[in-house]
Ligand binder design. Structure first.
Ligand code: BEZ
Ligand code: FE
Length: 287
């Protein structure tokens, strides 16, 4: 087929979308068609390569279950999740930056009281995480809700190993107090590999990429009248901060988990002394 013919074909497919009632859907499908056709014209895949690509996408879908989202993982390792997040997450200066949701926010976090320990297995190095939820002008946001989730010290989320961890381990839904303060106990998170036993793992292997994410805790913070933010805090000094498998590190989200030797503070928080202490504020912009 000559270039002219392939261009005609692209035009025909684009024309076939003309009666799409939803204008945004039409825009998206038209651009998708153009870019996909350009990709095929540029790379000229063989039939075997095309079949392999279809097989890869089929296997990606077949890997998905209630507790495993291989398509999100694929979007993550290709940097698409971070691109979408960054395009949508432009915030006013001072507001907390967003980062990827990831595939493990797939279960409801248990409601917990401020100060509760989300490390139900007591498996790791104890830490306290505290701060305030604020508007950009510094006004506290009382009653702000924080959904928190993290992997265990071995690098697994509760949903990945239901036979080993109780449901809700590493998770909590907290409500900030009247001054916008929040605090909870946990263990210092560790770097961990994203799941590699599926098609995304094959892709990483074929491209000689490591699967690791730097140590982090996930948050979704929300408050009335403010835009919710989906973000993480990353542990300062963690391995892989400069080579996150899903490209999700932003400098402003790296926080010190300071070694703290303060027996009376440790008593107040109910943790053994010394402990690690991360303090930071989450700033939500008004809508
Ligand atoms: C996570 O941090 O939970 C995550 C994010 C992207 C891919 C895999 C895991
Ligand atoms: Fe994570």
């Amino acid at each position: 087929m000559t270039t002219e013919h392939t261009t005609d074909l692209t035009g025909e497919v684009v024309d076939s979308l003309e009666r799409t009632a939803d204008p945004r859907l039409r825009e998206l499908l038209t651009a998708l068609t153009r870019h996909l056709h350009d990709f095929v014209r540029e790379t000229e895949p063989t039939m075997e390569e095309w079949e392999r690509a279809i097989g890869f996408l089929t296997a990606t879908g077949q890997m998905c279950t209630d507790t495993r989202q291989e398509f999100i993982l694929l979007s993550d390792v290709l940097g698409v999740s971070m691109l979408v997040e960054t395009i949508n997450g432009h915030r006013e200066p001072g507001a907390t930056e967003s980062t990827v949701l990831g595939p493990f926010h797939m279960t409801e976090s248990p409601v917990r009281a401020l100060g509760a320990n989300i490390d139900l297995m007591g498996a790791g190095e104890p830490c306290v995480v505290s701060g305030r939820v604020l508007a950009p002008d510094g006004t506290p946001l009382p009653g702000a809700v924080l959904d928190v989730w993290q992997a265990d010290p071995e690098g697994f989320y509760d949903v990945q190993r239901p036979d080993v961890q109780p449901a809700g381990n590493g998770r909590g839904l907290f409500t900030a107090d009247a001054d916008g303060h929040f605090w909870f106990r946990s263990c210092v998170p560790s770097p961990y590999p994203i799941p590699t036993d599926g098609p995304v793992g094959e892709l990483l292997k074929a491209t000689d990429r490591h699967p690791y994410r730097p140590a982090h805790i996930h948050f979704i913070a929300s408050a009335d009248g403010h835009a919710p933010v989906t973000t993480h805090i990353f542990v300062a000094g963690s391995r892989y901060l400069d080579s996150d498998a899903v490209f999700a590190v932003k400098e402003s989200l790296v926080q010190d988990f300071a070694k703290t030797d303060d027996p009376s503070l440790a008593r107040e928080f109910g943790v053994p002394n010394p402990f690690r202490y991360a303090r930071f504020d989450l700033v939500l912009e008004p809508v």
